[in-house]
Design a protein around this ligand. Sequence first.
Ligand SMILES: *Cc1c(COP(=O)(O)O)cnc(C)c1O
Length: 354
Amino acid sequence: MLKIDFHPTTVKKEKPEPSTLGFGKYFTDHMFIMEYNDQDGWHNARIEPFHYLTLHPAATVFHYGAEIFEGLKAYRTPDGTVQMFRPIENIRRMNNSAERLRLPQFSEEDGLQILDTFVRTEQDWVPSAPGTSLYLRPFLFGNDETLGVHSIHHAMFVLIASPVGSYYKEGINPVRIMIESEDVRAVRGGTGYTKCGGNYAASNRAGENAEKLGFSQVLWLDGVHRKYIEEVGAMNVMFRFGDEIATPALTGSILPGITRKSCIELLRADGWTVNERLISIDELEDSMKTGALTEAWGCGTAAVVSPIGELYYNGHSCIVGGGKIGEVTQKLYDTLTGIQWGRLPDVHGWIRKI
Ligand SMILES: *Cc1c(COP(=O)(O)O)cnc(C)c1O
């Protein structure tokens, strides 16, 4: 058992109006911090009033980008209890990310204890309006106080939480996606399969460009052939070709999403053929011409699923599924959100009650 000190805040903040929540604008009363060095391992675990971090200007994270993070939510169920969705998967993925960037890892037991303890402390902050939740953002970074480029001996782990609004305030509207053929997000052998901040920095230019042209996300192609579909923005992507559901295989440059994994498991349990495979842009274009592509959606913790209504590539646009949300997409959305918010039974053992 990790020893977690608790220093409660003396001034509690006012809770924001549920309708004004948005994403990541408000933060709860407390934060969790612990520190790492080679001699002591992880130590000084504590929950403190939410505050600014004071870091040495030479800290590794500012210069050499050693930073990883996670994203998961705590949900308020109809009977008022609070629960998380597959948190063990986030802890495992964080350790995988840490392994790649040579940041320190911690045990799954400690990870769960930290999440449980922190969410219990902040449970009044889990909103109850439809579609709202408490977004949890664990992050971990190198904190050596030297400009020397070397392996990491000091690190800090922090967990903050933000009450967030419903992603779909105006209903689930299919989004317009631009296929990106210049920039790439990640390459095999790089950090694409980790949740590291640098991957997002590398995505900024294409994202901004797409936004300027009126698209909400880019669809990434692989970095070597510029040919195979990878992800859509910061979500995994799935396609329905008639009776087949296809999603890009986890080749190393794709983030292994927990929503992706859950969709695959739900679809297979429903009898669908789900193939994790290479999907080329040529196949996608052909399937749009022949009408074989009937549904496309992104999936990730923030949106759960996000139907794709239009794909733009090489100067022309294709409407997918009549520009409306498809039946598989809708069913996945209803099932996943039903389990997450506790309206449906947790038959897969995905729920962790607080
Ligand atoms: C976080 C993330 C996803 C989605 O992962 P979930 O675990 O489903 O939230 C997909 N792609 C990228 C690049 C991500 O950072």
